[in-house]
Write a protein of this length. Sequence first.
Length: 757
Amino acid sequence: MSATRLPGRAAVPGTPADEAGSAFEASAFESSLGGAGALRALGWRRRALVLLALLGCLGVFMLAHGLAAAPDLAARWQVGPSGALRLAASPDPALQAMRGRALLALAASGGPESPASALLLHRLPQWQVDDDRRARQVAEQRGLARALAQAGVGGELELRFDDGTRLSVPVVALGWAGLGPLFWPLALAALLLYLVAAVLLLARPRPGTLLFSLMALCQSASLLLMAAEGAGTLGHLALPGSEHLAWRIGLDLATGAALVHAFALHPRRLRRARAIALAAWSVLPLWAALVALAEAGWIGHLWWWGRLACLALGAAAWAVIDHSQRIEPHPYARVMRRFAAAALAGLVLTTGAVLLSAATPRAALVSWLATVAWRLLVAALLLLTPFLARSGQLLREFGLLAAVSAAATALDLLFAALLSLGPFASLAFAVFAALGLYAGARQWLIGRLLGRRRISTERGFDLVYRAARQVQLRPERYSQLLGQLLRDLFEPLALHAADRVPPRARVTGGGAALVVPLRADDEPATALQLRFAQRGRRLFTPDDARLAEQVVDQLRRARAHDQAVERGRTEERQRIAQDLHDDIGARLLTLMYRAPTPELEEYIRHTLQDLKTLTRGLSATDHRLTHTGAEWKADLTQRLGAADATLGWSFSHDRDLRLTVVQWSALTRVLRELVSNALYHGHARQIEVQFSLEGRRLALRVADDGDGRAPEAWAHGLGLGGVRKRVKALGGTVAWRENQPRGIVCEVTVEGFEARA
């Protein structure tokens, strides 16, 4: 089947022609793998992927093992009221005696003394706003790490407290429990991003996949560094050189530049994509120049420059994808615009939280929690892209929880600042508020983030029911009616006939298209391709594929059931018609030959003619409107001629139709009943019959010049009651009124007359 458009929908302007066919079917991730089953055919790449996965897992394990074996102090510290580093608790009895005292300096045996302050609790130097405080923090953390390395596990470290006490305490191994509760979630997120990047790089390197892999690797490195920084009692376990502001902000800048570049290329290559990409990547050498100037002492406030650059790239990424969406609506662009807005909002929120808490004793905790939440949000958004759309539910919850964590951090800071609450009270209020937000707005947040809108059960049932009724009336239009049903359910921007028929309904194009196979028992298999769900406002999902599969199956079953019922009805009508012809017809024919009077013979002859018309109508499978009109005219002419009455006949129609047996029977019996009433009750000598069909409006008018008067006072018996019942079954109305100068006029109108072409 060719990829012709079905009527009623236009293709999206600016869409390449080859996307209308099967070339559009592969999603971005599937096409990067070379289609279904490509991993099995990758050969050495598959083995390389397994090796890289093993190396990644081994690397995380080695990092955890190295951190667990690192030297540390068996103590817990906190920030004192004056900003000093105070001992909170320790299992060492000697240290426990110094609880509440401020630590001023520390040194290994025979080594130089290194100052100690509350800056050691600030685990993220790159989120330290003040340049001088950041320099002192890095110096103190390096001094602590050097002293612990000199002493080694089993050695001793000399601590000097604010009361002049010098105390030698043992150095212990950090241990697995000392890695902290966030180490494994951060390491797992980093490993997932690393594996995704490895898959895309090995499968088929392309500009889009290369940029996505670069973003994933940069964020994976940042997450691993954060996992290492979160371990231990004090911030001294960062990897060598990772505490430098240039590298950490450089990873974020590389992610932002790759994001802007990717949005300029996909889903629609913008006119100035190369210039946009060049402008985005130029931020990196500009940042390197700023770092060099800061190292030379020519400029300050390096943190501000780095944050402004990150925010600028985030805003630029959102602006580029928004511009792409405005040029050509695309569900991928719409979802990516939401993702970019979520990441940018998280970055703004994190930056604001760090700035507001910079001068408070809780600066270390706020910066740590806010940064972790934002990093997890970015990781979740990267894993939620249409490259991995089928990883759905778990990652959506992961991203939502990361967003709620960021909100909890901001609420904690707000409660502490505005309500003057203590640390525990403000944190408790923030957690409860965030959980309430999560529970109350979970479905709405997920729906807004992914552009999901579930169709209600009532509306879905109504659409399927109406489609089944239409298929029952017009079974030959099964494919068109099913296409209309899918259009009503998913509201696609375009609907095409697909080149290939898949075994089951499947989501393609990274969620931009849905291919639905249509299989009827008496027709060749075909398939429809729906593109851009909900007028381009969302992506198709596997749930949509399952829904489409169920709808098609139910409609096919309904059609098969109707066909079976219709076959049974046809066989039963033919049996009844045969019995009437063979039994009742033979008896009437015998009576006609034995009639004692000519009048009775003529009456029986007319009855036989009526029976012949009835049996022919019951047994016939094809009731063309033109043939039916000719039969009506011939029958009425004969009946009126026998009654010495004249017939005025007018029959017009804009198209020839095939009437169903129900329609043929109802119209035939209504017409004969009205003419019989005019002849035998009104003693009419002139009867005018007018029939017209224009579009879906059917009109039948029967007027006579008989003795009938005041139809509103008639008692409707079996004859008139049967007329009303049959007209109602057709979905129409019937009315009687007096004719001028004499007689009765009956008008039958059916506004929504449906028949088979």
